[in-house]
Design a protein around this ligand. Sequence first.
Ligand code: TYM
Length: 364
Amino acid sequence: MPDQAGRSRRAAGVAWSSDIEACTAYDAFDTPVRKAAVVASAFSGIQPTGGSPHLGNYLGAFRRWAELQQPDHFYCVVDLHAMTMPYEPGELRRRTIDTATWLYAVGLDPDVCTVFVQSHVREHTELAWILNCVATKGELERMVQYKEKSRGQESVTVGLFDYPVLQAADILLYKADEVPIGDDQRQHLELSRNIARRFNHRFGETFTVPKATFPPAGARIMDLQVVDAKMSKSAQSPQGTIDLADDEDTTTRKIMRAVTDSGSEVRAAPDKPGVTNLLDLLAAGTGAMVEELEQRYDGQGYGTFKREVAEVVNGVLRPVRARHAELTADPAAVEKLLRDGADRAREVAAGTMTTVRERAGLLV
Ligand code: TYM
């Protein structure tokens, strides 16, 4: 949601925002800050759950991963995380390949960065155990996503509870400086930072304390029907979620039917969550400021506005969808790329684990 701080950051030409440390500005490209950012290592991940990734995943995460990518960037399909809720094994395998296919389709280039599947690199689970002995039950109980996902469940797995520790292991294994994520992952990132600091304090400097980064627009895309819920793979109604796999007509229909508010003014405001969300979508899709868009659609009504949002979204997704269709024709090639990616990831992960084992007092 474009907040006041977000607006002024964008006005100042800021590229990606971090609420934790100084952000990186385009106009400071030649300063040490920007240079450091250019060489920064990164890790991020997506769960292979639901139908296909959705527009929120694309705008909140994928698009930036593709823009930021460089050799020490690691982008991961986190299949072990997807096991924390009920699932069907064959479906998990299919979703893992398809999610990876979307990552290549959005432009992640295996010759530039490393794309891999979490379970192919066993160090993730090994480090998660060690970090389990650093994280506390109290801090995991405070995780909002855990509370939401466990609410109303008859039986809650230990995996669901422990999920954020595995997430911390993912990031810390690669000594990632930056973790480009959407807004909903903010709390998990804060926990990863705390775990890293605690381990370093107890056993000596080992982990980089990672920094979360968020896009200036599109960090929290909301459901088109339930405007106070984020767009999500587990949404109740498929009408509220734009899947990357949707065709253009379906995308247009969903946007035209998006819940807006009474009145006809195209303006971002707390009492206009539906319109505010569409403005955020359009800002993310065009790079324009929300204020400019409000002026552009002044007096034009919701119909014209929604039609143009649909055109922009379809325009942005068109090359991604076309590339996905091409890559889907050869799943064996995608699997081969993932195996090569895992080999590269394992080299880094194994190096980190040698240090961690030694520091934590295990016989090496
Ligand atoms: P996941 O699979 O839910 O989402 C993947 C990425 O998409 C972002 N995202 C959104 N951004 C904007 N609007 C939305 N409606 C929206 N929905 C999702 C998420 O913020 C995320 O960046 N726990 C993570 C996966 C994970 C991970 C990690 C991420 C595991 N290990 C290590 C970063 C680093 C998750 O469930 O994301």
